[in-house]
Design a protein around this ligand. Sequence first.
Ligand code: HMG
Length: 382
Amino acid sequence: MKIGIHDLDIATTHYVLNLDSMAKALDIDPNKYHIGLGQDEFSVPAPDEDVVTMGAEAVARLLERHDKSKIRMVLFATETGIDQSKAAGVFVHGLLGLPQSVRTVEFKQACYSGTAAIQTAVNHVARYTDDQVLVIASDIARYAADSGGEPTQGAGAVAMLITANPALVEIEPDSGVFTADVNDFWRPNDSSTPFVEGKLSLDAYLDATIGAWDDLVSRRGVKIDDIHRFLHHQPFTKMARKAHTKLAEHVGVELGPELIEESMAYNRRLGNSYTASLYFGLVAQLHGNDDLAGKRLGLFSYGSGSVSEFFTAVVQPGYHDHIYPAHVADSLDRRVEVSFDEYRELHAAYNGASENYETEEVTQAPFRFAGVTDRVRQYETR
Ligand code: HMG
């Protein structure tokens, strides 16, 4: 039986920063961002937005098309968790009024955990074939001001429904996995921004690409030309190009840039959305001009630290009837552009404290984070 992603939808933030503004303010050649990193803009959250509000918006859009009574599990993948104990998915469960007979858990391993959640969901559906599992990948990449990672910030959420006989893509059995204990990127409990060894992170990512690919080949004998398009985790889109080149060298074949080009269209404008980044790549690929019906995609998921997975997915006939490019265009185009100074003010005003406070009402999204009362985060439906 085929199991995979039956439907998906997305959300991002209220604000956007154009990287030309950052280049001008910091006196940097804008081509370093546009060409060197492959990024044009990044999403910036309003004070009343977080991973829950973005995740809930993506789920609300998705569930307009589905019967929520069939959902049996909610798996929320994030590295921007809002509580050390309670899963962010429980807040989404409440905001969306999901049935109580649902298992809800949060997954964490840097940018990789969305993939762990999908594989867990696929395994669940293999055993309970009528069940549906909701996977939410939602993150806000927030680096220290003036750090190397600052232009690669971003935010977004992708909600996916995992079922038997999926309308979009079948996730094929057997994948390649790779774990290496490396300190390339981490965020201690007392820091709201990560610590990053930039160059080490590039090498760790590339080593993991090869390690996971070799494991996939040894498990399933996949050949490089069995794969029609490659989607790589995109902390910045140039990274996908580096991984593509490395893989081509490793297997000793030419892999043209057209094999990854369409997957980068949305991430150039969103910035890094950590767990959601690979799946924004998938959304962009499905929305591209290429007819993908029956074609195999190769997906590489990397999470610093590091854990990674290379897996394959086959696009289903008729998938065109189940994609919603207008939702992405709407989310990207309705963002309100901020100046560099306004962005830096928002960045500095980040409040991770649990003392009482109220947030200013800014977001136009269906859900907002209203602040903290008696140490409890308060969410509202607008
Ligand atoms: P940097 O020091 O800002 O940039 O660090 P650089 O000097 O290395 O330049 C970057 C590229 O721009 C270079 O190209 C330059 O040549 C080029 P490359 O050699 O890489 O091909 N360049 C120009 N191009 C055109 N015109 C110009 C120009 N000037 C320079 N005028 C770094 C870059 C990625 C290290 C930094 O942005 C960073 O620390 N980012 C955060 C870490 C990161 O994203 N690592 C990626 C792998 S780890 C990962 O993917 C996991 C992650 O998502 C987290 C998780 O798992 O949770 C991050």
